[in-house]
Each structure stands twice: as structure tokens, then as C-alpha cells.
Ligand binder design. Sequence first.
Ligand SMILES: NC(=O)c1ccc[n+]([C@@H]2O[C@H](COP(=O)([O-])OP(=O)(O)OC[C@H]3O[C@@H](n4cnc5c(N)ncnc54)[C@H](O)[C@@H]3O)[C@@H](O)[C@H]2O)c1
Length: 250
Amino acid sequence: MKIILVGACGRMGRNVAEVASEQGIQIAAGIDVVSAPAPFPLYTSISEVRLAADAVIDFSSASGLESTLAWCEARGIPAVLAATGFTEGDEARIARAAEKIAVFKTGNLSIGVNLLQRLAKKAAEILGDGFDCEIIERHHHTKKDAPSGTALMLAKSVNEGFGGGKENVYGRHGMVGERKTSEIGIHAVRGGTIVGEHEVMFAGQDEIVTLSHSARSRKVFASGALKAAAWLSGRAPGLYDMDDLLGDLI
Ligand SMILES: NC(=O)c1ccc[n+]([C@@H]2O[C@H](COP(=O)([O-])OP(=O)(O)OC[C@H]3O[C@@H](n4cnc5c(N)ncnc54)[C@H](O)[C@@H]3O)[C@@H](O)[C@H]2O)c1
């Protein structure tokens, strides 16, 4: 398999390159706006790349989205969009691209987090409105977007589990008044080198249920991205996510 890696010099890009080399997968080219020594040709823009590839993995940022999608659309090459922090406009652009090419997008490429998502949805279904749900995510101090894409995914699943009608409340500050049952609280903690932790807490009358996941290494996401790229290669146009990849596995 040949991969073009966008955001190649970043933390995730370097992890993908390392895991790819361990698995015998070729990185045909890397793209990054900064330069660093790399064992593959490095470009500052994907538009300069003339090589073929089985898939593009983009771990850059939302700012890299348009050029990645335009390049993939022009060549019919599938794209794994692994960055987070997309706006509603970006989501609409991704949906348009998915009419032409196979696009895989997820806020979290780990199997464990996707299991957590399913368990949190089930917990909301079972516990119901007598329980207040708060989501706490913790990441390293250089993470740029907040809350994490994963926290938003978890909130969406919890809302579905509750039967809909909840609204996300991001952090609390000042005289906010009593908590409404319609709220799902989301809190972003930043510090040090924390890779990524997510806790979904259901607080009821005199009891608390907590579900949590802790990523101990970025390799979890890197190998997830490579699995997604292999799975996506040769697929019909469409927007796919971890549920499609994992199927009934979990
Ligand atoms: N989906 C997941 O499972 C998952 C897991 C971890 C991180 N992420 C996301 O992946 C992204 C990258 O994370 P990171 O920790 O590696 O960040 P990082 O800042 O270390 O790396 C990002 C790299 O992309 C480059 N870059 C940024 N914009 C670019 C552009 N327009 N064109 C080309 N290169 C560009 C930067 O120079 C940098 O080298 C973030 O959005 C993060 O939230 C997703």
C-alpha cells in the first residue's frame, strides 16, 4: 500500500510514518508547511505531488482540508480525514467530496474509544433522564481545538441514547444557575503531555456511573489511520467512519 501523508512532520504524522515502516507500508510522499528530515519526499503543498497512491491520510488541521480534498477528487483517490476542529462549512465540503470519492472521517481512530462511544450511548438509554451526563476530556497543552472531536462524538451518541433533545454546554463559569436536565456538560482540561483521556460521567440520585478511556500512545491512532486507509482503498464514493470499519466487531 502507498500512502500520501498530510501533516507528515507533526506528532501524529511522525507516528504514522513510524508505524507504517514497522508494517511495511510505503509513505510515497509527505506534505507539511514546516520541514523536517523525513525518509520520504516532502512537499509544502499536496498540489505539487504528481505521484500515485492508494490513499491520502490527513493529520494536518482543518486548514489543510480544501487542498487535500481537491487533490483527491481530481485523481479519484480515497481520503482518510483524521484531523479535528472542522466547522459546519467544512463538514458540508466533506459531504460534497464524498459524492465523488471514498472519504473516511472520525474524531478518534482508536477501537477502545469507539467501544466507549457505544457503551455511553447504551448507558444513556438505560439510565435515562434521572442521570446528568458530563463529559471530561484531557489532552496535552499543545492541542489547539477544544473540546476534542472525540468529546463531541461522545456527546452526540449520549444525546441519541437519551432519545435526543439535549444541548451541549461547554464549561461553566460565573452565575450560570441550576443545571438543566437538557444539558450535556463538556469540559476540556489541558496540560503536559497527556495523549488523550475521555470520561463520560452519569450522575444520578446518590450514585455515579463513570465510563472512561485513556490513550497511552499516539500509535493507537496511527495504526487506526493505516487500517482505515487499507479498508478505504477501492471503496465506492461515500462518507465512512469507524462504525463502517469495525462493523459488528464490537
Ligand atoms: N482522529 C484521531 O484519532 C486523532 C488523533 C490524534 C490527533 N488528531 C488530530 O490530528 C491533528 C494533528 O494532530 P497533531 O497532534 O499531530 O498536531 P501537530 O500540530 O503536531 O501536527 C500537525 C502538522 O500539520 C501541519 N499542518 C498544519 N496545517 C497544514 C496545512 N494546511 N498543510 C500542510 N500541513 C499542515 C503542521 O505544520 C504540523 O506539522 C489535530 O487536528 C488533532 O486533533 C486526531
